[in-house]
Design a protein around this ligand. Structure first.
Ligand SMILES: NC(=O)c1ccc[n+]([C@@H]2O[C@H](COP(=O)([O-])OP(=O)(O)OC[C@H]3O[C@@H](n4cnc5c(N)ncnc54)[C@H](OP(=O)(O)O)[C@@H]3O)[C@@H](O)[C@H]2O)c1
Length: 250
């Protein structure tokens, strides 16, 4: 079975390649570095030749920028057009749990448009919505620093190890398309402040922290439970505490 990973050099893409290869798939690694540009369409037809499944884990570089809409719209259109041309059996794309409540932000609005393009394409697909990767919590904390104080919204998160998401994507790619959304999250939900405390303690970061209901998440007002999965969800097993210990002391 031939699987093309678009965005193969990224955080999720490189992990997905690892699990697909472990499962014995014939993997094509596609990204700008390998001459495949989803935004311009360059190299897509060659990469998709004889593909059974396409996994889109591309990302737009500048989080929160208005150009994200242009990127996900154009890249999504190019990827789906080429997938249709090659009669791809299964098109998978990675999105975000709770994305519909984040549309105030350009990036998340663009992710919803990306999902809509897939649903409207008629191509057999699976949209995978993941909660925040453990690898991403560091960025959430650092972008919340203001005048040396980390100001966090009062928010519940249910983050998950990137490796567990990647293993699940690899498994789904070999299954029949779900033609719907499937969700994955971590084993437990926790207050963002408590997750940040774990991170700062283990990294011996002494910056003060504050959690305030009026503080926004990437500029967006989000309900306290808006980013945790609500329906049936695949759950990872690794806790943030254990992941931090393994990652930092590996
Ligand atoms: N981070 C999280 O917590 C989280 C949670 C849920 C969902 N997601 C979603 O997961 C997806 C992947 O995120 P990530 O953190 O793994 O991203 P990432 O590390 O930034 O990797 C992005 C990948 O996309 C490739 N890429 C960028 N522009 C491209 C283009 N024009 N054509 C082809 N490839 C291109 C990059 O490689 P080149 O630069 O070589 O092209 C890279 O391989 C995103 O769509 C994100 O919304 C992330």
């Amino acid at each position: 079975m031939r699987v093309v990973v678009v965005g193969a050099s990224g955080t999720m893409g490189s992990k997905a390649v690892k699990y697909l290869e472990r499962d014995g798939r014939d993997v094509v690694e596609a990204s700008k570095k390998t001459g495949v540009n989803a935004f311009t369409g360059q190299g897509l037809d060659e990469a998709f030749d004889s593909a059974d499944a396409i996994i889109d884990v591309t990302n737009f570089g500048s989080f929160g920028s208005g150009d994200a809409l242009e990127f996900f719209k154009q890249a999504g259109t190019n990827l789906l057009t080429s997938a249709r041309k090659h009669n791809v059996r299964h098109y998978l794309s990675l999105s975000v749990v709770g994305v519909e409540s984040l549309v105030e932000n350009d990036y998340f609005r663009a992710k919803l448009v990306q999902e809509n393009l897939i649903r409207a394409s008629g191509i057999p697909h699976t949209i995978i919505r993941s909660t925040q990767f453990f690898e991403f919590l560091n960025s959430i904390v650092n972008t919340s620093a203001d005048d040396g104080i980390i100001r966090l919204p009062s928010l519940l998160l249910q983050p998950v190890a990137g490796d567990e998401v990647a293993a699940w994507i690899a498994k789904l790619a070999a299954q029949e398309p779900q033609n719907s959304i499937v969700e994955i999250g971590g084993p437990e939900s926790a207050d963002l402040l408590d997750l940040a405390k774990e991170l700062l303690t283990i990294t011996e970061d002494t910056r003060p922290m504050a959690s305030q209901p009026e503080t926004r998440y990437f500029g967006i007002s989000v309900l306290r439970e808006g980013l945790v999965p609500k329906g049936p969800t695949a759950l990872g097993k690794l806790t943030y505490h254990d992941w931090l210990s393994r990652t930092l002391y590996a």
